[in-house]
Design a protein around this ligand. Sequence first.
Ligand SMILES: C[C@@](CO)(OP(=O)(O)O)[C@H](O)COP(=O)(O)OP(=O)(O)OC[C@H]1O[C@@H](n2ccc(N)nc2=O)[C@H](O)[C@@H]1O
Ligand SMILES: Nc1ncnc2c1ncn2[C@@H]1O[C@H](COP(=O)(O)OP(=O)(O)O)[C@@H](O)[C@H]1O
Length: 270
Amino acid sequence: MIIFPNAKINIGLHVVNRRPDGFRNLESCFYPVNWCDALEIIRAEETRFTSSGLTIPGETDMNLCLKAYKLLQQDFALPPVHIHLHKNIPIGAGLGGGSADAAFTLKLLNNLFELNLLVPDLENYARRLGSDCAFFIQNKPVFAVEKGDVFEPIDLHLSGYQAVIIYPDLHITTAEAYQKVVPKNPNENLKNLLQQPLTTWKDGVQNDFEEALFPSYPVLPQLKAYLDEAGALYASMTGSGSAVFGIFPKDFSQKLTVTGTTYSVWQGAL
Ligand SMILES: C[C@@](CO)(OP(=O)(O)O)[C@H](O)COP(=O)(O)OP(=O)(O)OC[C@H]1O[C@@H](n2ccc(N)nc2=O)[C@H](O)[C@@H]1O
Ligand SMILES: Nc1ncnc2c1ncn2[C@@H]1O[C@H](COP(=O)(O)OP(=O)(O)O)[C@@H](O)[C@H]1O
């Protein structure tokens, strides 16, 4: 069985305060985008994980697909499997690629072995694998709060727009980004701002990680300015970076490129 885990972007992100467990409470709109990996799981003689495409840092045993399989194995007698991941979503990009792989592994195993897990069950398993994993179970736009794993509905339909996402080949770990950000009570009500016309977002919809990371990584504000100048209605870094996205009208026909670099660019409908 094969499926295609997709990335996400954060439209606005407030790091609100530090929690007793060391994590931060945040608020952010998580929005799925169609930049995808490919994940195949089949029965095998013994359990193994292989990958192709982009090189994934870290030991194979630490891969989130394998972690997801082992988590379910604690509660279900799963047969051995071969998991193959073709990695395409940039890593350390704020696009949630590893979390998507973990959540889609849970969903795929649930279907393949008819475990009959419901959405809340899958979300609970996902929460144990990473803060933003649970989002990818339902994989629809939400307003995320607490650790980014509790969801409120949001009425946001961007199907009339397209996104351009640029990854500047710069791996920023989530842990580094959280160390640099100073939590603060938001001045703006993000949920209300997102209900205003998209053309007004430039004035108030902010990602707090920008202030924390832009001074150390000047390429990030440069890319944001590039997207603004190209005609983005709204541009921002996503999550803890380093990918930067712009939202453009659907009829924006220019193909944006960044020459002379190893940057990756994805352009597609929202
Ligand atoms: C920043 C966000 C925004 O959507 O996404 P990315 O930019 O990584 O995609 C998420 O909060 C990333 O979630 P995720 O990547 O699952 O983080 P985890 O593996 O759970 O945690 C990695 C580390 O980040 C910090 N962390 C994470 C989430 C959170 N609410 N508070 C934190 O302080 C902790 O130091 C933790 O050890
Ligand atoms: N399937 C996977 N894909 C990507 N990264 C993974 C995966 N499994 C484990 N990881 C680990 O997670 C880290 C980054 O995860 P990822 O979610 O891609 O980043 P981001 O925080 O930018 O969304 C990598 O450095 C890697 O060590």
